[in-house]
Design a protein around this ligand. Structure first.
Ligand SMILES: [Zn+2]
Length: 254
């Protein structure tokens, strides 16, 4: 079967015989792996559209269990990301995160549109690109159905203003439930810096609303730490390779 779809190149792996394996997040089929014989260092239209970050239009051939990219055409290469080392590393981290979040061969159009919006905003971004990455990461959890429960105590349903964020429970808990013996105390976060208000705002607004958001260092680090614990506990996403870069930027800030 030959078909066409929009996609974003998440990763490429070199194979023998000058072939490549690409991990592609497609609008129609979700995350797929596809081989190609198109030379990647060529200067033609198809080879340019196979670079990581590129949003392109791809002609795919499905034969048995394998998929081949026959032809490719660039829609947007996000050139401005590739020319800025900070943006490039942070966007690489966002792509790696997206790849880990996505199951194979399952369409996820909302996440696809979110990723396209994120890359567009990232390209234009001037200051604090890491704030945008964090917003993207929380919103991506939301569109995939993993957003934590933020409106009332996840254990008893009471208001939870005086409580804590319980990673293991998947959301906020009230002051009373916080004292109960069954709570995983190691994974409790105080509700400082208005984090619930910030997370609700991220949940309820399109990513474009955060175009200029620049979180203070302490708030960024707190929400980032919470996110890492949350995705590690619920989705087994940890040790992202490109995360090292994010850690370095944190150390610099201290
Ligand atoms: Zn409660």
């Amino acid at each position: 079967m030959i078909t066409q779809t929009d996609g974003i190149i998440l990763k490429q792996i070199r194979l023998p015989d000058d072939r490549r394996l690409l991990v592609l997040f497609t609008r129609k089929f979700g995350k797929i792996s596809a081989g190609t014989g198109i030379r990647l260092n060529g200067k033609n239209k198809s080879s340019l559209a196979l670079r990581v970050f590129t949003h392109g239009r791809y002609e795919l051939f499905f034969g048995g269990k394998s998929c081949n990219i026959n032809a490719a055409e660039t829609i947007d290469s996000y050139f401005g990301i590739g020319t800025d080392i900070d943006k490039y590393m942070l966007a690489s981290y966002a792509l790696e995160y997206t790849e880990r979040l996505l199951p194979e061969n399952e369409p996820q159009e909302k996440l696809f549109d979110l990723l396209v919006s994120f890359l567009r905003l990232m390209e234009k971004r001037r200051a604090r690109p890491e704030s945008l990455v964090l917003v993207y990461q929380w919103k991506a959890l939301g569109v995939c159905g993993y957003m934590p429960h933020l409106d009332s105590c996840v254990r008893c349903g009471k208001p939870a203003e005086e409580g804590a964020f319980s990673v293991a429970d998947g959301g906020v808990i009230c002051g009373e439930c916080k004292k109960s013996a069954g709570v995983n105390k190691r994974l409790l976060y105080d509700l400082r810096f208005d984090i619930i208000k910030i997370l609700k705002s991220i949940r309820d607004n399109p990513i474009g609303a955060f175009e200029k958001l620049a979180l203070h260092d302490e708030i960024f680090e707190y929400l980032n730490l919470l996110l890492r614990d949350y995705i590690s506990y619920h989705l087994d996403i940890n040790n992202l390779k490109s995360e090292i870069y994010l850690k370095k930027t944190e150390i610099k800030k201290e």
